[in-house]
Design a protein around this ligand. Structure first.
Ligand code: NI
Ligand code: MN
Length: 225
């Protein structure tokens, strides 16, 4: 699978000819000025929760690409009201999409929409594709619930927030990697603003000394996962 990082918690996974885009927040990202949102393709846009730093560019990209927005009912219906043509409402549990199995799992965080309206509960996704499986935690602290993730099968990689303050920090993410039994972690939700700045070298060393890999692709970089 190919993963492209667009900064903050936004990334795309390309598999089986479909492009899944997660949590599009690019135009307001102070360190992603070189990314043109009009160059981003998507077949599906998956949203972990309603916060602006996860949904700000969703409507623009969905309108241009015709992508289907997959999110909790509160988030999906908010975008439907904004005029987005294709939305799929769900909640915690599995949904068999045409590209694979989408399982929304809990995240311990909060959720409101950019206009302050209720955003439902925040979540993460376990995605099972023909090419492999991965977990995107969304914004969350470390939770005991993460120990349930391996029941859904072996993960090829996981995308975890590591910036602290609003989410897990690198040491929490390392504990999460053990809970979810995954060796390959892509770190997101860090260094966008001072409160979530981390020491990248310290974080990657922490993972490698535990026999795990912390991948920190550059903004705009595509990696094989
Ligand atoms: Ni958030
Ligand atoms: Mn966030």
């Amino acid at each position: 699978m190919q993963l492209t990082y667009y900064g903050h918690a936004c990334f795309a996974v390309e598999a089986g000819g479909k492009k899944l885009l997660f949590d599009p927040f690019i135009s307001g990202n102070p360190i992603a000025g070189h990314i043109d949102i009009n160059s981003i393709e998507a077949d599906y846009i998956l949203l972990s929760h309603g916060h602006g730093d996860h949904v700000a560019d969703c409507k623009a990209i969905a309108d241009r690409t015709g992508a289907t927005i997959i999110a909790t009912a509160e988030v999906a219906n908010w975008f439907k009201k904004q005029g987005c043509a294709h939305t799929h409402s769900m909640n915690y549990g599995p949904f068999l999409a045409e590209f694979g199995l989408v399982r929304m799992v809990p995240a311990a965080h909060s959720s409101s929409m950019p206009d302050g309206s209720y955003g439902g509960n925040p979540g993460g996704f376990v995605i099972k594709l023909a090419e492999g499986s991965f977990y995107y935690a969304g914004d969350t602290c470390l939770t005991m619930d993460m120990q349930l993730i391996p029941r859904y099968g072996k993960l090829d990689f996981a995308v975890l927030p590591i910036g602290g303050n609003f989410t897990m920090d690198p040491s929490d993410a390392l504990a999460a990697a053990a809970f979810i039994q995954c060796k390959k972690i892509v770190g997101v939700h860090y260094n966008t603003w001072p409160p979530i700045s981390i020491n990248k070298e310290q974080a990657t060393n922490m993972f490698s000394s535990d026999g795990r890999e912390l991948l920190l692709p550059g903004i705009g970089e595509t990696i094989s996962v």
